[in-house]
Design a protein around this ligand. Structure first.
Ligand SMILES: Cc1ncc(COP(=O)(O)O)c(C=O)c1O
Length: 435
């Protein structure tokens, strides 16, 4: 430390404060051996699989929440290249990010914009969802202010009860849109609450939602409103509910390679009625898009009875080699993984956590006499050799869903893209161990 401080002093003019941070890393340089690999080839593969399932319906790629943690811009470009006809986002800011990245395809905002955001929506060429007569009025005002005609989609609440106009309000909203020549009613949509459920109650509820939606469409048609785009299906609807496909499906989790839930697995049952857990969609398996990696940063051999990490929660049963891996709960590895029995892959073997997950690091029990060394690759999510740790396994361990696992991989984990047709090879972009 004294030597380090001396070097720091030599490199600086003027008084030096103790603990002054070292100069920032040059842009683009990464020092922490941890990364999430995002396979854009898998995105393209999944879009192709979903297009086959969707049949005549177009596929809209849902890239909200930074593309479920994968990187919205890169996923959006890959999905559009693979034949998705549009994108969906939750926030105005997310739509603007896509436009600023040069993406010109249709972008649907899945909620009515906040009142102060209508101008930004029109300026960015985003298609807003409208859920109220007041929203239709604001959309018209913004479109006139910016001198641009505006296509809108009306959302009807058929049972999700989150956002959307009631079935009774939709007619007045459609009329308000039709009365304003600068607006065009391009779409009407709803959202399914339990399309991923297998229980008979869930199935009955989804049926009821679709009946209600059909009723809304019939009443709109009777009043002369026939929007060209009609949509209801999320991934589960797309896979398990053909009647929900209309002419557009909004796919999120399946785009990222995960099945949405049991009904999807059931819908993919083979001839003998056995669900295909690997998720064959349209005759092709979905491919997980994200994997999570690190490199061993330290190794120590500890005696039986030693209790690594905060809380000293569990004694090692035998003398064992314990490896430190530089990812922690600030990166999306919840502390609950420890008690749940989570294991990472090192050297193609499952190695359980040796102690509580900390903010930036985990400690892993590699077993007696393990040859593990600093720099060895660790797979926290994904495949290594014949072993695989899946997002579904994380979700089971944590009592949650794959959506939360993937969205939870934090922004300070660099995303490294592979399978991009623009890249020469994938290995050139992966961080290499320190020499
Ligand atoms: C309105 C809406 N449509 C579609 C989706 C995509 O759902 P999934 O990820 O289950 O395909 C979402 C995601 O939550 C959504 O909110």
């Amino acid at each position: 430390m004294a030597e380090r401080r001396r070097v720091l002093r030599q490199g600086l003019r003027g008084p030096v404060e103790f603990g002054r941070p070292e100069p920032a890393a040059p842009p683009g340089r990464r020092f922490r051996p941890a990364w999430a690999e995002v396979d854009l080839g898998a995105v393209r593969h999944n879009v192709a699989a979903l297009r086959r399932v969707a049949g005549a319906a177009s596929v809209c790629a849902v890239v909200k929440a930074d593309g479920y943690g994968h990187g919205a811009v890169r996923v959006a470009k890959a999905a559009l290249a693979a034949g998705a006809t549009g994108l969906a986002v939750a926030l105005v800011e997310e739509g603007v990010e896509l436009r600023e990245a040069g993406i010109t395809g249709p972008v649907l905002l899945l909620s009515e914009p906040p009142p102060e955001a209508f101008d930004a929506v029109v300026a960015a060429g985003i298609t807003p969802t409208i859920c109220s007569v007041e929203g239709a009025r604001r959309a018209g005002v913004a479109a006139r202010t910016l001198g641009a005609s505006l296509s809108v989609h009306v959302k009807v609440d058929t049972g999700m009860h989150r956002v959307g106009a009631s079935e009774d309000e939709v007619g007045a909203i459609a009329a308000a849109i039709a009365d304003d020549p600068i607006l065009r009613l391009e779409g009407v949509w709803t959202h399914l609450a339990v399309a991923d459920g297998e229980a008979s109650e869930d199935r009955a509820f989804t049926r009821r939602q679709l009946e209600r939606f059909d009723g809304v469409l019939a009443r709109l048609a009777a009043a002369g409103h026939r929007p060209p785009v009609v949509h209801a299906a999320n991934s589960a609807g797309t896979i398990a509910w053909p009647a929900s496909r209309y002419n557009l499906v909004r796919c999120g989790i399946s785009l990222y390679g995960e099945l949405p839930g049991p009904s999807a697995a059931g819908a993919l049952a083979g001839p003998a009625g056995t669900p295909d857990p690997a998720g064959a969609v349209g005759g092709r398996r979905l491919r997980p898009v994200m994997t999570l990696h690190g490199r061993v940063s330290a190794v120590r051999e500890l005696d039986a009875g030693e209790r690594p990490s905060y809380g000293r929660l569990r004694p090692l049963p035998v003398r064992s080699v314990v490896a430190t891996v530089p990812l922690g709960y600030a990166d999306g590895l919840p502390r609950a993984l420890f008690d749940a029995g989570y294991a990472v892959l090192i050297g193609g073997r499952r190695c359980p956590l040796a102690g509580m997950v900390t903010m930036d690091q985990i400690v892993v029990d590699c077993g007696p006499g393990s040859p593990v060394a600093p720099g060895d690759e660790v797979v926290l999510l994904g495949r290594q050799g014949s072993e695989e740790v899946t997002a579904a396994e994380w979700a089971d361990l944590l009592g949650t869903i794959t959506y939360e696992v993937l969205c939870g991989i934090g922004p300070r984990v660099p995303r490294v893209y592979s399978g991009d047709e623009d890249l020469q090879t994938r290995t050139t972009v992966l961080p290499q161990p320190e020499q």
